[in-house]
Design a protein around this ligand. Sequence first.
Ligand SMILES: [Zn+2]
Length: 324
Amino acid sequence: MWQTVGHEWAVALLARALATGHTAQAYLLTGAPNVGKTHLALELAAAVNCTGDAPPCGQCWSCQHIARGTHPDVTTVEPDGARIKIDQIRSLQRDLSLSPYRARRRACIITDFHLATTEAANALLKTLEEPPAHALLLLTAVDAGLLLPTIVSRCQALALRAVPGAQIAHALATRWGVPEEHAALLARLSAGRVGWAIRAAQDPAILADREQHLEMLLALLHQGRAAKIAAAEDLGKRDDLPDIIRLWQAWWRDVLLVRSGCEELVANVDYLDALRQWAARGSPHSAAVALRDAETALTRLEQNVNPRLAVEVMLLGWGIAMAA
Ligand SMILES: [Zn+2]
């Protein structure tokens, strides 16, 4: 039985393809980080190779080894550092050229393919043009628009959307034993990203980090120029800087929602009082400007602009927006 939370239409489509023997040779699963792309890809690899009665049964040798990441015929390729490199694709091509050891289909899951170098993407294109008959290629990416159109056109695309909060909360409570109130909070904070919600339920450090980063934001907003520049110096050295900026971006989105009278839609429900205070401050456009500044900072980070500089410009801009 499929265990994927949400994405029913995609599961139905894959289950039907499996039942009729018409699975594609390559799939492209797109959607926000942690929305469930890799999980669904692994379930498909399991379903294709399952020997149980209701694939993916989760019980047979194949299903269990795929879930543990120890199946000899199922490989996962992740970005090596910031990119997927050509050597990784070459190694995958060598794997795929061999007959499966135990599986029906040799499956390869390549995550975050939007991070592939041009050389790596072109190399994979050759495999997609003439895939070995026993191969099953499963690509994930945040957006199909970031890939070569020739890659996209050779895959069956499944665009995964945010999973409704009520569904995430229900799954956390019933399958992971999370107390209902906490499940509801995690579902809200996850903004439809099931994977994030499950990890946050299992690892309290994730919520503690979030709280610490929100407190840092609130403190910074009260501080002057020198403190912001010093904070940018520290933040610029952090590997999780994009995640922190995304969290702060969600904060400003919430301020905007409160200001627009849509409190029921805010993500950071446990910070509603602070959100109301900030919604009552600044000019009507200040939260929108802050939100845009965060987006600009994220884009700059992707373009390899000096992280300290990107975050400094953003923080100083927030000071001006709030004073306006
Ligand atoms: Zn099975």
